[in-house]
Design a protein around this ligand. Structure first.
Ligand code: ASP
Length: 328
């Protein structure tokens, strides 16, 4: 679905004519044009971390129908949040070391608006709460009980997100763990999703139950704007997965977008942000961090410390999986 500036402008002019006929001031139509993609041509795209095919396809459906990137990333992120098989996001996610499932999520739109929830318990769709924080409050982040209270005030319900399977695994883990949070490079499945819609606007979402068996109260990179995810509609967007502490300390997603602003391709920008960690963190070999990125043309890429990181792309109705290049 390649969009050229010409096709976009002709759609906009139709919009202007349509609006004038309906008596809507032309300024409104012109307003919508200010968010137009300035690139000469671009390809609407959805990208997400790991093998999140179902999530990507749900987001793509919205893009295909002319919906906004913001609606697409929210709808996409909700898929693993509700999926009991997904052990690192929402319902079915692994608990912290006290046996409690605590959730982190953030969302950002093309105007730079952002919303986030962290250390949220009992709410199945933290990404939708994050969106409401963005749209209904003067704040960016709500945490813990306050985030839950806000969710309840907005019609969400408290549910038990800890499944029997996760509970049993946690009981097993307690026997051998010596009660220390485990760092396991395989257990990272956070979904970070970025979308470029038919108008050429970018949005992003990120949602996770975080590191399995983390300390109670631990907040990762995923709900922190610029760490777990970042969108700048002039340049591009990026999202992270993996060891949140390393992403937090390097403000990884913001860094990726800034590297793209300097002219790097999405893959090179992701690589440069991974190298920032590799060069500063002596024990980097023990951790996984992976980034995905997209620019205004719909060019995309990813890079990770460890091999085994993949991401999923839609530029058409069928999602395609790509293996990210890695440092190790
Ligand atoms: N980045 C997430 C966190 O540190 C974990 C993950 O990607 O699995 O909370």
């Amino acid at each position: 679905m390649k969009q050229t500036r010409r096709t976009f402008l002709s759609k906009s002019s139709l919009g202007i004519i349509g609006s004038s006929l309906l008596g809507v001031p032309t300024a409104c139509a012109l307003d919508t044009m200010t968010t137009e993609n300035k690139e000469s041509d671009f390809t609407p795209t959805v990208i997400s971390t790991w093998a999140n095919h179902k999530a990507n396809n749900a987001a793509w459906k919205i893009i295909e129908q002319g919906g906004t990137a913001l609606d697409a990333v929210e709808a996409g992120a909700k898929v693993p949040e509700a999926d009991v098989q997904d052990r690192s996001v929402g319902y079915g996610g692994r608990p912290d070391r006290e046996g409690l499932v605590t959730l982190d999520a953030c969302i950002m739109d093309e105007e730079g608006n952002a919303g986030s929830v962290c250390f949220l318990q009992g709410i199945k769709h933290p990404i939708s709460v994050a969106r409401l924080v963005m749209e209904k409050t003067p704040h960016v982040i709500l945490a813990g009980k306050g985030a839950q209270q806000f969710a309840l005030e907005n019609g969400f319900e408290v549910e038990n997100l800890l499944t029997e399977k996760s509970l049993q695994e946690w009981e097993e883990w307690k026997k051998t763990s010596k009660y220390k949070p485990v760092i396991n490079i395989e257990r990272h499945d956070t979904i970070g999703m970025l979308a470029l819609d038919q108008k050429g606007n970018l949005s992003g979402a990120c949602t996770t139950s975080g590191l399995a068996y983390k300390m109670h109260g631990r907040v990762g990179d995923s709900p922190i704007i610029g760490a777990g995810m970042f969108v700048d509609n002039e340049v591009g967007a990026a999202a992270a997965t993996g060891m949140g502490e390393l992403v937090l300390k390097s403000l990884g997603s913001f860094l990726v977008v800034e590297f793209m602003r300097q002219g790097m391709s999405p893959t090179d920008a992701c690589k440069a942000a991974v190298m920032r960690i590799v060069n500063k963190q002596k024990d980097y070999k023990e951790f996984q961090v992976g980034y995905i990125a997209i620019n205004k043309k719909g060019e995309y890429g990813g890079y990770a410390i460890q091999s085994g990181f993949q991401y999923v792309i839609n530029q058409d109705k069928d999602s395609v999986e790509q293996k990210a290049v890695s440092f190790l």
